[in-house]
Design a binder for this molecule. Structure first.
Ligand code: FAD
Length: 468
């Protein structure tokens, strides 16, 4: 049984999922408590994920751009990199945002409890607080938003030259030679930062290509533009052992492009994925079912198998992205408040904030082929975009995928500067069920990179014989 004065909603974890759920629930008039183990709100995304990585990526993008300007007659001196100041800048960005969240929680009268939470039954959570005391919180409904953590390869030794993304974001020093284990978005973003600051990179990836999930044509452009950062891109290969020696970390590889001898690195970044925290919060004591891997299954209203307990964000499944967590959070809070909300997004965009950026949403050409879906595609190379040429960055392109019969848009991918900002239009078009004429006839401002989306739709339209 639960006491009358129990919180309407207890939210466990204050990442993008947790704080969004807490704020929405409070806005809907519910009495909310938000439990977070760390003293700042924001979770992985604000403290050690999306935001600090983008703060660093912004700086190195400007640095690279400045180098390119020499060809246009604007020559800067050799850059002097003060790592302490760069780190301070990144920390100040985090501070602004997490401070803002604390203010927003206060303004909404959300009670924030700092400590490690563990369910004791289906209506109580016990919180181990930093001062050693325990506080038991009673709740009518709970939203589990405890997120994920990076996967650690068990055979890598404990050594401060072997880091995960959190360690890499600390930017302690710039290694001469760095190994990225795992060629996904997180590894390649961090590689972009370290390489711009002077590191030489190797990357090892078990699968047959980097940036899995993205259209291969997009990745090809990214790879060509980034070839000079890498000494060795090892595909279909894995790391099998590592030894920490005084002169570096010596790593042994196995697979298609494995070097015969162990290789020496000054820094090794493990970026082989993230595992959900579902089995670390006593959820089973509340009766919540958790998979072996730590995921919690939910329905379209974000309900677990226990009807008054909801789960959102990284621990309910892929894609592990902040914007997915936020949308799920709103659904959970609204359902608790009695609204008929559902998570029924058609698509969730993905972005690699590398240089150039790679962004995609919905169906890719490869998926369409695999699933036997008949498509029309529209391509617009940025070499024909006035804005991209004026920017000195015309390597990109925009590709849209349409249903061959209905001409409705099914997916799209963009590689080029600002691709991450541009992809939202494609996501909106998919959600609205737009077809190639809708997109092609929408007047896009000139000269913008966004025009490439209208042009790609027009290109597809032109290739359809049954349209005027
Ligand atoms: P989290 O952000 O993981 O938050 C969970 C919170 O729960 C944490 O604060 C944790 O301390 C707390 N918690 C866990 N257990 C307990 C407990 N028992 N008691 C109390 N508190 C607990 N996504 C994007 O969309 N865009 C990006 O650009 C992007 N970049 C990324 C870069 C990096 C380097 C990394 C690592 C991730 C990135 N992500 C990005 C992914 C994004 O950070 C996650 O998808 C997002 O943070 C998930 O939100 P969440 O609310 O599910 O969980």
């Amino acid at each position: 049984a639960v006491s009358e004065d129990a919180y309407d909603v207890l939210v466990l974890g204050a990442g993008p999922g947790g704080y969004s759920a807490a704020f929405r629930a409070a806005d809907l008039g519910l009495k909310v408590v938000l439990v977070e183990r760390y003293s700042t709100l924001g979770g992985v995304c604000l403290n050690v994920g999306c935001i600090p990585s983008k703060a660093l990526l912004h700086n190195v993008a400007v640095l690279e751009e400045a180098k390119h300007l020499a060809a246009n007659g604007i020559v800067f001196g050799e850059p002097v990199i003060d790592l302490n100041k760069l780190r301070d800048y990144k920390d100040s960005v985090i501070g602004k945002l997490t401070g803002g969240l604390a203010g927003m929680a206060k303004a909404r009268k959300v009670t924030v409890v700092t400590g490690v939470g563990e369910f004791s039954d289906s209506h109580h959570l016990s919180v181990a607080k930093p001062d050693g005391t325990t506080q038991v919180l009673a709740f009518k409904n709970a939203i589990i938003a405890a997120g994920s953590q990076s996967v650690k390869l068990p055979f890598l030794p404990e050594d401060d030259r072997i880091v995960d993304s959190t360690g890499a974001l600390q930017l302690k020093s710039i290694p001469k030679k760095m190994l990225i284990v795992g060629g996904g978005i997180i590894g390649l973003e961090m590689g972009t930062v370290y390489s711009a600051l002077g590191a030489r990179l190797d990357v090892v990836e078990m699968q047959d290509g980097l940036m899995q999930g993205a259209d291969r044509d997009l990745v090809k452009v990214w790879q060509k533009m980034n070839a000079s950062r890498f000494d060795n891109i090892m595909l279909n290969t894995k790391t099998v052992a590592a030894e920490a020696k005084e002169d570096g970390i010596w790593v042994t590889f196995e697979g298609e492009s494995a070097p015969k001898e162990p290789q020496r690195y000054d820094l090794v970044l493990q970026a082989v994925g993230r595992s959900p925290n579902g089995n670390k919060i006593g959820a089973e004591k509340a009766g919540v079912q958790i998979s072996d891997r730590g995921f919690i299954a939910v329905d379209q209203q974000m309900r677990t198998n226990v009807p008054h307990i909801y789960a959102i964000g990284d621990l309910v499944g892929q894609p592990m992205l902040a914007h997915k967590a936020v949308h799920e959070a709103h659904v959970a809070a609204e359902v608790i408040a009695g609204q008929k909300s559902f998570f029924d997004a058609r698509v969730i965009p993905s972005v690699a904030y590398t240089d150039p950026e790679v962004a995609w949403v919905g169906l890719t050409e490869e998926q369409a082929k695999k699933e036997g879906i008949k498509i029309e595609k529209g391509l617009f190379p940025w070499a024909a975009s006035g804005r991209a040429i004026a920017n000195g960055r015309d390597e990109g392109f925009t590709k849209l995928i349409f249903d061959a019969q209905t001409h409705r848009i099914l997916g799209g991918g963009i590689v080029g500067t600002h691709a991450g900002d541009l992809i939202s239009e494609v996501a909106l078009a998919i959600e609205m069920g737009a077809d190639m004429v809708d997109i092609g006839k929408t007047i896009h401002p000139h000269p913008t990179l966004g025009e490439s989306i209208g042009m790609a739709a027009e290109a597809a339209h032109g290739s359809c014989t049954d349209l005027p």
